[in-house]
Design a protein around this ligand. Sequence first.
Ligand code: ZN
Length: 271
Amino acid sequence: MEKLIITVATTGAITSRKETPFIPLTPQEIAEEVYECWKAGAAIAHIHVRDKNGERTMDVDIFRETVDLIKQKCDIIINLTASGGIDSEEERLEPIIKLKPEMASYTSGSVNIGPDIHSNPQHFLEKLASVMLENGVKPEIEIFETGMINNALAVAKKGLIKPPFHFQFVLGVPGGMPATPRNLVHLRDSIPEGSTWSVAGIGRGNLPMTCMAIHMGGHVRVGMEDNVYLKKGVLAKSNAEFVKRIKRLAEEFDRPVASVDEAREILHLTK
Ligand code: ZN
């Protein structure tokens, strides 16, 4: 089995201080948390940013400030969200074009997320894929339900996403596929051979899904974007607590954790 790549998603678009006082929201707070997570074993940082009021935004200047602060501290792989708010398609593309991160999220279809629609119509999937291709950004193909795999492969068939593909299964979102073992196995079996994959389980689905991925040869995402509780009723005081726990569990399963450069190799990133 390949070494285990740990992605940390420290902030997300939705989690607020009402759910946990410990979530990092400013560029300084996010950079400090990412640094602590990198020290604890995370190889990828999936980044969302917030405005002065703590609300989700795709403001490219806030992304730039955050990424610069992270890069001053460590060489973790930067994975920017392409869907950090309810913004125009142009606003969603801007951080990718201007900052050219190594990776960015690519949700290959539309899905209800609670009261909102995460809208990704076909024309936008083609546009987003071609912008990523032109700027040397590897898509992390986010899958909320099985049909999204087919959407991504249809875009790939047009030459806009190049293999080997990397998938992130996001399971347990209200509106998407539930975080169950059967669903994870089904998704793993539905992607092309030679692809890499990771799982992000939402809420109480995070620990079981990530433990399964360790055992199945996939990779994992942890952090307060997905889950704020270490166990029932116990809030994590930092994102690094999640990284430390999953690293400890992986070592128990005899699955060593990938360094940043090993992750680059596994994902075929050209720095
Ligand atoms: Zn995200």
